[in-house]
Design a protein around this ligand. Structure first.
Ligand code: CA
Ligand code: CA
Length: 236
């Protein structure tokens, strides 16, 4: 039977208000399943960004580990990050078809042939810049080959960030085979492209600059749905 859990600060709580209190304690969100053969359909965390995502450039960083027994299953696509506006999957990041990928405003994505994420934590960043369209993934501080994607595009405001699921409407219409199964923490976003030195600094827990100005993990205000385990960072 599908079972996923929500825990805040070592106690079971379910309101967004509680998550906000705990978020100040730098929590790590863990989305997990008791059974590797189960799939998660309804469990996700919703965040409202610090400022509207009207972006001509961004850096998105997070720490991720996945349960390979689930996400490596054939025919599966695993959502790593979703920003959904009324009409579009404005920005989504995936592990699919043995690659990492991202999409802006639905349509065709940009695919990067990188090693699949696994049970140990990976420091993952994605950068994109509109005037050149250049995009790249950074995996534990190493940069992938650049790709040109959606030159002159602009990420549109008015959406919400969903961790754990890929909405196909605003917001809902989830697909169990696209759910995230693993751990996510330190989701941060800037409205510019960080330098190599700054991205490498993200790998260190003590990083502080530049302060994320679009999504800031330490101040995330969220709404948890379904059963998601939220673990204080001090317990990890
Ligand atoms: Ca979907
Ligand atoms: Ca979608």
């Amino acid at each position: 039977m599908e079972q996923i859990r929500i825990t805040f600060c070592s106690e079971i709580k379910h309101s967004a208000e509680d998550l906000m209190k705990c978020a100040a304690l730098l929590l790590c969100v863990v989305l997990s399943l008791d059974s590797a053969s189960s799939v998660s359909y309804y469990s996700y965390v919703k965040h409202v960004p610090l400022k509207p995502l009207s972006l001509s450039a961004f850096t998105l960083c997070m720490r991720i580990s996945v349960d390979p027994r689930v996400v490596d299953a054939e025919g599966r696509e695993t959502i790593l990050f979703a920003y959904r506006t009324k009409d579009f999957d404005e920005l989504t990041v995936w592990q699919e078809k043995g690659q990492l990928s991202f999409y802006m405003s639905s349509g065709t994505g940009a695919f990067f042939p990188l090693k699949p994420l696994f049970t140990f934590r990976t420091n993952l960043c994605l950068t994109w810049e509109s005037s050149s369209g250049l995009a790249t993934f950074w995996v534990d501080g190493r940069r992938s080959m650049l790709q040109e994607y959606r030159k002159k595009h602009r990420v549109q405001p008015g959406g919400v960030v969903i961790l754990g699921q890929d909405p196909d409407t605003f917001y809902g219409d989830f697909d169990a085979k696209q759910s995230f199964v693993g751990e996510i923490s330190d989701v941060n976003m800037w409205d510019f492209v960080l330098t190599e030195r700054q991205i490498r600094a993200f790998n260190e827990k003590g990083w502080s600059e530049p302060i994320p100005n679009v999504l800031r993990w330490s101040e995330m205000e969220g709404e948890v749905n379904g059963e998601v385990l939220v673990v204080p960072e001090s317990n990890l």
